[in-house]
Structures are given as C-alpha cells and as structure tokens.
Design a protein around this ligand. Sequence first.
Ligand SMILES: *Cc1c(COP(=O)(O)O)cnc(C)c1O
Length: 222
Amino acid sequence: MPNPSPIAQNLETIRARIAAAARAAGRNPSDIILVAVSKTHPKAAVLEAMAAGAFVFGENRVQEAAEKFPIAGASLRIIGGLQTNKAEQAVRLADSIDSLDRPRLADAIAKAADAMGKLPELLVQVNIGDEPQKSGIPVAEADAFIRAMRARFGEALKGLMCIPPEAEDPAPHFRKLAAMADIHGLAVRSMGMSADYAAAIAAGATHIRIGSALFGHRRLPG
Ligand SMILES: *Cc1c(COP(=O)(O)O)cnc(C)c1O
C-alpha cells in the first residue's frame, strides 16, 4: 500500500472524532454526513478526498464550484451566501443549496428550477446569532420564512443551516437551530465546522461542514 495522502489521513482522524462525538451523544456515527468544504482548493484535492472516501462537497462560491464540478459520484452543496444572479447556475450545478435566506433568492431559485425542470434540495440558513454582517434569515423572521419556504418548495426543503458567532460558545446556538428544525419537522441540521463539530454533533447536527481540518489552510481568503 502506498502511504496515505495528508487528506486521507485527515479524513481518517475526522471520522474517528465524528464516531467518538456521536457515541458520546448516544448517536449513530453513520447518521452524520461529512460535507468536505473544498473552497479555495483545486479539483485535484477534491479527487484526492474522493479517493479517500468523501463524496459530499461544499463550495461557497458558485463560480468557483463550476470550475471543479460536476464530478461523477460527487454530491455538491452550495453553502455560501448566494447572489440572486447566481441562482440559475447554482440550481444547475448543485444537489443542495444550503444558504436560502431571503424571499428574492427563493424567487430566483424557483424561476430557475421551473425553467430547468430541476430543483435541488434546500436548506434555510438562519443567522442564529443575529450578526449584522452575516447572511441568513434573522431569528425573529425565521419561523415565518421557513413556513413560506415549506409551502413553496414542499419536500425539497430539507432543513436548516447556521454559522454561530465566532467569539461565542457555539453550543447554545446549535441547540437553538436544532429546536427550530424540530418545531418545523425538518430532518437536516447543517451545523459545525472544523473547530466545533463535536459540539454540533452533541446538539444533533446531521451535516458537519469541514474545510481546513480536512484540506489544510485555505489558499485565499474564503
Ligand atoms: C468555509 C466554510 C466552512 C468550513 O470552515 P472550516 O473552519 O475550514 O472547517 C463551513 N461552512 C461554511 C458556510 C463555510 O463558508
């Protein structure tokens, strides 16, 4: 056997930590999906991660995603704030858009989906810490927005996504998002990144989004 690549080694470490965090929370590790966040890394890194067993990828810029994907056997999730004028490309390319956060974006996604006859899965992104600079629907508006998106997109709306404030304990924010998903009967909770995925798993994350712990430091500000 050749030596495993750094990405393969990182993946193994992360998988072990996911399993430990899941067991500690009384959860099944196989219920937690690792979203490999490949932004700023080349397609070669994506292929390396696939060779090591990753198959779900996250990109936060549609244009960058289009330079690497589609890749046969890989599932692509758009996880970054999405401009309305990129919605069409996102609908074409993505298996899931995880950053649905405003009515105008919903309009653009619906229009593109109608034209293409293809609707990706959708997550509503909640600005769980109500931070002015962050994308995501404000917490006070989230319930009404989630209901409206369920009415509009039906079963394509799978769940919620959040990025908690950097300087705070993320656990209460994760629990808040999970409670919101419970209220709306939504199964998917995408929360937790390289620094805090164990806490997210404890709070019920179904998808964790791992960039730097898997691929190493980003080459550009991402
Ligand atoms: C970049 C990014 C991540 C991954 O962050 P890491 O800390 O590198 O794991 C997760 N989610 C979103 C929305 C991101 O933009």
